[in-house]
Design a protein around this ligand. Structure first.
Ligand code: ADP
Ligand code: ZN
Length: 749
């Protein structure tokens, strides 16, 4: 009798087995028994026991049979947020990511979830604050400066911050580990406290309620063409190639209108830096159901936005890279604005490229994908030319704007006198600045290098001040009176004497934005000058604050790095000066010319946005360089034609897909040997070329030697073969050696 009852119970509730993906670098899933009554479903998050620990994971499959021996099986411990399943499309997307970027499914799935959903309730965030009077803190910093730099840095940052500071942020901004602040707490100089997380939504700027313009002919053509594929519910990738100010955003808005009319949803990806209230405002004013996702939000707010999407309260997701995984059903359109931006590539595992993953999601969902840019990457442009994508072009500026006049200033012909102390302004640029300032027009000065000067050199023996931990020169930051390594954030005092020959004064070679700022203030003492770079924009909200002041014309001259190059729209800017076009031109990276061209072209696009005509002055020592010339002529085609020739000859993208394998170790031979070993097993054929092993251009960072291999896969088949071969690569990492597999790398340095 008992046996019968049991059998009956078993048949009404058949035993189920779950395949669970865990966030571990192990490329397989694990089987668990689902206890009776537990509401586990495919796509839900669970907690499971694993080798003596308890780990979160995602259920990727449910079965009623299982091949694992019963005594080895363990039960799922708990279902987490069971009502919130991951959309099927996102699950599939994660599988694609794992395959293409060589990570485990668990790692890929983890990347698709915002941190907040991984936690349960509102969090208390650990902070530290000063526990001693400011004067004593200052003294202590002085004392610690020599022997305990990281602690000095932590104290200094806390002083500057002037309030309790989240420990995470403190660590990031000072490049320190846990030990300095912990020691300071032990010494009684700091106090720990925990602060309840506040939510700060990104409020769209009401003033940016975008006017609904009548489309011009090219814009309508683009909108209609995408519309055809939406009607047919067919997947298609479009490259919207439009000059700066051509009204690409208006095109996205119109296509989105159609998508919403059809009852479908949309995703808009923009670079983090362009995700301003201005941008969000343009979308939010047209659509009531926009959710904004970006890293500047607190985790709680991010979680709230996520749940709005999940519950269907919001149907349009705008955000940076990870908005790609928005939990939306029935996606009709994915837009990727400024598709050339390198921030679309994630630089930690999983190292996916949002562009490629957007296209993959489009395929899975049967959605249209629109990649927009004034300067598309050669990868995208190449594919559009081959008909893999469809090209949509906007040739002229929409509305009032006209393209600016561009002058190339050959710095070689400037007198030697003006070069002393680092050439900053040519006579032409100086004179034009004077004119603009007298008529109260605004000026943007661009130099893609922060700090005062990138090199400190001894004029007697030529010794350059290098970072102790990295094979790189340290940048002199005059305002903070510090030498800083831009790779590991190590800081030092400026040496009184040359470390090699003891000459008395080191010389500042070259200029960064800080030096430009000083020079402008010297030349034009009455001008209001602001600088925008990673140094001045570290605090939250600073970026918006300066831009808004500039827009209100409180500022005459805005100086900045690439931060100011993109997407900003200022009607009263009539002069853009590029202090040096040459800073990135000769980087040892095959994309050096492309990056330089893109930046110069984008910066030039900042002038003459509204009715007033604009002028751009590009200063250079290489006026004959094709990237400089094409940017000056605002001629994308001519640049691309020359660059494509070079890429074809060398077999770089778009003529291949790249995979980089980077081996890092504190011991140089170990890095070399690891790379050599990986190289040995590599298959070789005509479609597949291996370069290296060779020391990376940045051959040592943070005391780790860096040796890399570069694979050029010329066909999809050879790419798949390579990835299969490399499947176990990250497992080679150990305590002393880090092996990084980077597919579609955006930097080869
Ligand atoms: P892009 O994104 O291509 O750089 P934007 O979408 O920012 O260009 O548009 C540039 C400016 O032109 C904006 O101020 C926008 O409002 C305006 N604009 C866009 N389309 C039209 C149009 N059809 N007629 C008039 N003005 C337009
Ligand atoms: Zn360093």
């Amino acid at each position: 009798m008992a046996g019968e009852a049991e059998a009956k119970a078993a048949s009404t509730e058949e035993q189920r087995y779950a395949q669970v993906a865990l966030k571990l670098p192990l490329r397989r899933e694990f089987t668990y028994r689902v206890p009776a009554g537990m509401p586990a479903q495919v796509g839900c998050r669970v907690r499971v026991p694993f080798r003596g620990r308890v780990l979160p994971g995602v259920v990727t499959e449910l079965n009623t049979s299982c091949e694992v021996a019963a005594e080895k099986l363990r039960d799922l411990e708990k279902v987490l947020d069971g009502d919130q399943l991951m959309p099927e499309a996102v699950l599939q997307l994660a599988k694609r990511m794992a395959q293409d970027y060589g990570c485990s499914l668990g790692e890929a799935l983890d990347a698709t979830l915002p941190a907040a959903t991984k936690r349960s309730a509102a969090r208390r965030i650990p902070h530290v604050e000063l526990n001693i009077p400011i004067e004593i803190a200052r003294q202590t910093i002085e004392e610690l400066e020599e022997k305990a730099q990281p602690r000095a840095r932590v104290l200094r940052r806390l002083l500057e911050f002037g309030a309790p500071m989240p420990i995470m942020q403190l660590r990031q901004q000072t490049g320190t580990s846990d030990s300095p602040w912990k020691t300071l707490v032990k010494q009684g100089m700091l106090k720990r406290l925990s602060v309840l997380e506040k939510s700060e939504p990104l409020v769209p700027d009401a003033a940016e309620a975008a006017e609904r313009h009548n489309l011009n002919e090219e814009q309508s053509k683009a909108v209609d063409r995408v519309g055809e594929f939406l009607d047919a519910k067919e997947h298609r990738v479009f490259l919207l190639h439009g000059v700066t100010g051509s009204g690409k955003t208006e095109v996205y808005l119109r296509i989105l209108e159609k998508v919403r009319e059809m009852g479908r949803s949309g995703i808009v990806l923009v670079p983090e830096i362009s995700l301003t209230p201005q941008t969000v405002g343009r979308f939010a004013s047209r659509f009531p159901d926009v959710a904004v996702l970006h890293s500047g939000l607190t985790e709680a707010e991010r979680g709230r936005q996520w749940r709005r999407l999940q519950r269907g309260e919001a149907k349009i997701a705008i955000g940076a890279r990870s908005a790609l995984f928005a939990p939306l059903e029935n996606v009709g359109l994915i837009v990727l604005d400024e598709e050339q931006e390198t921030s679309f590539k994630q630089e930690s595992t999983p190292r996916y490229h949002a562009r490629e993953m957007a296209i993959a999601r489009g395929e899975i969902e049967g959605a249209c994908v629109v990649l927009g840019s004034a300067t598309p990457t050669l990868e995208s442009y190449g594919r559009a030319k081959r008909g893999v994508y469809e090209m949509l072009s906007l040739h002229s500026r929409a509305g009032l704007g006209t393209l600016p006049r561009v002058l190339v200033e050959d710095l070689r012909s400037e007198g030697k006198d003006s070069r002393v102390g680092g050439m900053i302004f040519s006579r032409t640029l100086r004179q034009m600045m004077e004119e603009r300032l007298s008529t109260r027009d605004q000026i943007i000065l661009f130099l893609n290098r922060r700090g005062y000067s990138p090199v400190l050199i001894c004029p007697a023996c030529g010794e350059v001040k290098k970072c102790r931990r990295c094979a790189i020169s340290m940048t002199w930051h005059a305002r903070r009176s510090r030498l800083i390594c831009h790779y590991c954030c190590e800081e030092e005092r400026r040496p009184e004497l040359c470390g090699h020959c003891e000459h008395e004064r080191m010389h500042e070679l070259g200029s960064g934005t800080e030096r430009v700022e000083t020079a402008v203030k010297q030349l034009f003492p009455t001008a209001i000058v602001a600088r925008m770079d990673a140094d001045t924009m570290a605090e939250r909200g600073a970026h918006e604050r300066v831009l808004s002041a500039f827009r209100k014309r409180h500022i005459d001259v805005l100086i900045g790095t690439q931060m100011i190059a993109k997407g900003l729209d200022f009607p009263d800017v009539t002069l853009v000066g590029v202090i040096s076009a040459d800073t990135g031109l000769f980087f040892p990276d095959f994309r050096a010319a492309e990056r330089s061209f893109q930046l110069l072209y984008q910066v030039a696009g900042r002038a003459g946005r509204a009715g007033k005509p604009g002028t751009v002055v590009i200063q250079t020592l290489c006026p004959d360089n094709y990237a400089v010339q094409a940017a000056a002529a605002l001629d994308y085609e001519s640049f691309v034609q020359q660059e494509l020739q070079f890429r074809r000859l060398t077999g770089y993208p778009p003529y291949s897909r790249l995979v980089r394998i980077l081996c890092e170790s504190r011991r140089e031979p170990e890095a070399k040997n690891a790379a050599a070993k990986i190289r040995q097993g590599m298959p070789s054929n005509a479609d597949f070329e291996v370069l290296g092993p060779a020391p990376a251009a940045l051959s040592k960072i943070k005391d780790r030697y860096r040796v890399h291999l570069l694979l050029k896969c010329r066909t999809p088949d050879s790419f798949r073969a390579a990835m299969k071969h490399l499947a176990a690569i990250e497992d080679r990492s150990n305590r002393n050696l880090r092996v990084v597999l980077d597919v579609d790398p955006t930097s080869l340095l």
